[in-house]
Ligand binder design. Sequence first.
Ligand code: GLN
Length: 229
Amino acid sequence: MKKRNRKRAARRALKVVHARPRTLVPAKKKGPMKIGIVAIQGDFEAHAAMLQDLGAETVEVRTVQDLEGCDGIVLPGGESTTQLQFLKEEGLFDAIRKFAGEGGAVFGTCAGAILLATLVKNPEQESLGLLDMTVLRNGYGRQLASDVFWGDTALKKEPLEMVFIRGPIIEEVGKGISILARHGGKPVLVERGNVLAATFHPELTDDLTIHQHFLEMAGRQLASSAAVS
Ligand code: GLN
């Protein structure tokens, strides 16, 4: 599929989505960065295409074994309740927490950002708790449910295209969280250490900035784990 068609298909797909003992983080590595993308629903192929464009190897993650050898994990958009249920059933919920706890880089977009939060509202649901923030699901309501904006970020001079599809509002962030972009006064791109979250969909644009930033984050983690081993 052509790149543009793939993105269109991914956008369409999102609109209809209603409905171990060993260390997981490798200490040292040669060759391209390997990023696991949780592939349950939504736009995981669009994430994979972007990361491949940036020279990374990608793997679709549906089981804990799929995480082996990964330098980073992407939690894509979709429906967070469905994804949460799948992660729990497959043991991925605990495995991802362990991966991040060991310093592995994790990037969540939209539903993925919801899964990363410490507190989820509207309605309340369990989450990985890897980023100290409170999110309100479908927080932009009906009018702003799905739209495209151009906004400033800390990552580049030019404005960045931000595609919102029934995204959450980040209501509050804890100390130590860096806000890299805001929309309507609310944080929409945040990070702390090895964890990054966007309430919009950078993978549905042609702008590689955020994925590049994520790969740098994963690379820094690798460098520091290699230094101590
Ligand atoms: N509204 C979805 C949820 O609350 C997220 C939508 C998305 O990922 N585009 O889970």
